[in-house]
Write a protein that binds this ligand. Structure first.
Ligand code: SUG
Length: 416
């Protein structure tokens, strides 16, 4: 049975605030803050527990080995000797944002009937450009079954940020869908991270039907306003597209193209005069998990608690739920440690539509396993990391030990 499984990135022991992502307002404004890796990871695990308790299938990916010494070696340096900006780039725990791990096309969309995954190259940001080898190793393990085809990254310089710039409309997750690739065009103060040529190459590799594949331009004003990924201003689930008025460069043409390709679409648009773009970005209203609740419960919106604290956003949501809209339940979760680096509930997960029986069970969560992961995190994850700590060889040893303890507990030591 094909079903949607959310794979969350477990927040790694090296989580820190280094202000590495130009165009990501939260990352810039928290640069130099002291991070709390243990609390961060426990928040992420609680989100998984929360979604599991809703009856939603849940998987996870493990953190990558950081600081990335082999990557620093390609630059002729080491974690001890690296200049501070390179050291911070090597230390980043950014693989927690699994929405950027890969683009996923479920089997019913592909000509060969396989579920295709292309690992994202993330070349726009140096600290993310070295995630893909470690991510690819996990994808190859988790999705080794012939039901899947896992692809190498699109080559540089065609930037690809994975599922964060990709949406899918369908009548049900297991039915054929329309895939929407949202790309940006560079030239502004902040970079456009998703390149049209990368999106088109992925669509070809995934053997998508050109009639059911759309390429839509992200709006410059959204990118320049801080929406560095499309999933900061839009999210889709089944027949619903939940979007801010400013998400697409040519709003009318974009909506028309979407309606033509998928006539059953229900576009729930939040006007800018109800929720401003800055409020949408600050609250991460759209970086929510729009999920189909089991047993005909309609759709739920898993929002960050920041949405509840932003009056314009909460008023809009409450009015929507009180009316006849498709979102029936608001489900706030606390992922503040990730939010402070610009990662909301939707950034932390990769959606894969598959039969759970075809996924390597080591990557599938249940309540017991989440308890065991929590125990390892509580015992081994550092409590706090300040910028100056990144130079400490003792801390390097601690975070490596922490990750190894997790891999061993999960029987995933092969990833070491
Ligand atoms: O790529 N932040 C990430 C946040 C990614 C959010 N993902 C989605 N929208 N799907 C980024 O900008 C900040 C790291 C730092 O500054 O230390 C960072 O990489």
């Amino acid at each position: 049975m094909l079903t949607e499984i959310n794979f969350d990135g477990i927040i790694g022991p090296s989580h820190n605030y280094a202000g590495l992502s130009r165009g990501n307002i939260a990352s810039a404004s928290h640069a130099g803050d002291v991070s709390q890796p243990r609390a961060a990871a426990l928040q992420g695990i609680d989100k998984m527990r929360h979604n599991l308790a809703l009856g939603l299938p849940q998987g996870f990916f493990v953190p990558l080995d950081r600081p990335d010494a082999p990557w620093l070696a390609t630059l002729g340096t080491t974690p001890e000797a690296a200049e501070p900006h390179l050291r911070a780039q090597a230390w980043s725990a950014s693989s927690m944002w699994a929405a950027n791990a890969a683009t996923v096309s479920p089997a019913p969309d592909s000509a060969d009937g396989k579920c295709h995954l292309t690992v994202a190259n993330l070349v726009t940001m140096p600290h993310r450009s070295h995630e893909w080898p470690g991510t690819l190793a996990q994808l190859r393990l988790a999705f080794a079954n012939p039901a899947f085809a896992v692809h190498a990254p699109i080559p540089a310089p065609f930037g690809d940020e994975g599922a964060a710039n990709h949406m899918r409309l369908c009548s049900g997750h297991g039915a054929p869908g329309v895939e929407i690739f949202v790309y940006g065009v560079g030239g502004g103060r902040f970079p456009a991270r998703q390149h049209l040529d990368a999106s088109k190459a992925i669509a070809r590799h995934h053997r998508l039907d050109p009639w059911r594949t759309l390429f839509i331009r992200q709006s410059d004003s959204a990118i320049q306003g801080g929406a560095f990924h499309n999933d900061v201003v839009a999210v889709a689930n089944e027949h619903v597209l939940f979007t801010h008025e400013t998400a697409f460069e040519d709003r009318e043409a974009a909506h028309a193209k979407i309606r033509a390709a998928f006539p059953a679409v229900e576009i729930v648009e939040v006007p800018a005069d109800a929720v401003s773009l800055p409020d949408a970005i600050k609250s991460y209203l759209f970086n929510a998990q729009l999920v189909s609740l089991p047993d005909g419960g309609g759709m739920g919106l898993v929002v960050p608690t920041e949405a509840r604290e932003t009056p314009a956003v909460w008023n809009w949501l409450e009015a929507h739920v009180a009316g006849n809209g498709p979102i029936r339940r608001l489900l706030p979760v606390d992922v503040r440690q990730s939010m402070a680096n610009g990662g909301g509930p939707a950034c932390l997960r990769l959606r894969v539509v598959a039969d759970p029986a075809t996924v390597d069970p080591r990557f599938i969560a249940d309540a017991d396993k989440l308890d065991r992961i929590s125990e390892v995190v509580t015992r081994h994850w550092p409590e706090a990391i300040a910028s100056a700590d990144l130079a400490s060889p003792a801390l390097v040893a601690d975070v490596r030990r922490a990750r190894t303890a997790l891999l061993e507990m999960l029987d995933l030591a092969a990833l070491n």
